[in-house]
Design a protein around this ligand. Structure first.
Ligand SMILES: NC(=O)c1ccc[n+]([C@@H]2O[C@H](COP(=O)([O-])OP(=O)(O)OC[C@H]3O[C@@H](n4cnc5c(N)ncnc54)[C@H](OP(=O)(O)O)[C@@H]3O)[C@@H](O)[C@H]2O)c1
Length: 235
């Protein structure tokens, strides 16, 4: 199952997993057209898939997903979590409602879904903003940091049946990144601080997720892997 499959990165992840032979349960929310586009490509490639459009915010959203999976007879072998949402403003401009929404979509669903579904593999996409302060990214960054902590607890609670990984992704070009304030300045700074000399792409993320889902990697769990071309270690 892939949450956030309607996103550019989520769609690439779904395509890569489909090419690797997995049948897919795909979740999206506000952009059904993106999910339909992805479904069309998967149809042409002969990949079996089902789609559900729902908000993961609050218990009702999570319950809807669990009921859907049960009604379709799906017990996912792997859950890949990319659903995220948040208001890109300085913390001083945010209300409790904004923070509730951001954490409710970006952080909590992994714990609620992971602990109930207990898949063989659980992979969640975090971001550099979980450990670095990026202007206007405080709410999402903090929600991603809390999600990373939840992953560590899930790794302990669900072992040895489930292996849990976080992938902390650096800046990826696309509409979501462009919503950052000072996007072009941030982009320039990230690029110049990246030893590999380019930004991360959706294909890079999909490739690593596919490896994490496919390979046994038995002793790797509770780990957050930085996928940022070395940006986080350069000064
Ligand atoms: N772009 C970057 O630079 C970057 C860097 C690091 C990590 N990431 C992470 O990579 C993932 C994908 O990001 P992206 O840039 O490709 O696109 P994105 O627009 O950030 O993707 C967000 C995804 O979450 C879904 N979503 C939003 N609100 C939801 C809700 N209430 N319930 C359920 N799902 C909801 C969206 O579905 P709908 O669009 O259908 O509403 C979309 O599929 C995210 O977790 C993001 O934080 C991105």
């Amino acid at each position: 199952m892939v949450t956030g499959a309607s996103s550019p990165i989520g769609s690439e992840v779904a395509l890569r997993l489909g090419d690797a032979g997995y049948s897919l349960a795909l979740l999206g929310f506000r952009h059904p057209e993106a999910l339909a586009r992805l479904g069309g490509v998967l149809d042409r490639r002969g990949v079996e898939h089902l789609c559900l459009r729902t908000s993961l915010h609050h218990q009702e959203g999570v319950d809807r997903v669990l009921a859907w999976l049960e009604s379709e007879g799906i017990g996912p072998d792997a859950v890949v979590s990319l659903a995220a949402s948040g208001v890109m403003r300085p913390l001083g401009e945010l209300s409790a409602h904004h923070l509730d929404w951001t954490f409710g979509v970006t952080s909590f669903p992994i714990a609620l879904l992971g602990a109930r579904l207990r898949p063989r593999k659980l992979v969640a996409i975090s971001s550099t903003g979980a450990v670095r302060a990026v202007a206007g990214y405080g709410a999402v960054g903090a929600a991603k940091a809390s999600m990373e902590a939840l992953l560590r607890y899930l790794a302990v609670e669900l072992a040895p049946a489930t292996s849990v990984y976080g992938v902390r992704v650096g800046l990826v070009d696309g509409p979501a990144a462009e919503r950052l304030s000072n996007f072009s300045k941030v982009r320039e700074r990230v690029l110049s601080a990246t030893p590999m000399g380019r930004l991360v792409t959706p294909e890079d993320v999909a490739e690593l997720v596919a490896v994490l889902v496919r390979e046994p990697l038995e002793m790797l769990t509770g780990t957050i892997l930085d996928l940022d071309g070395g940006m986080g270690i350069s000064i």
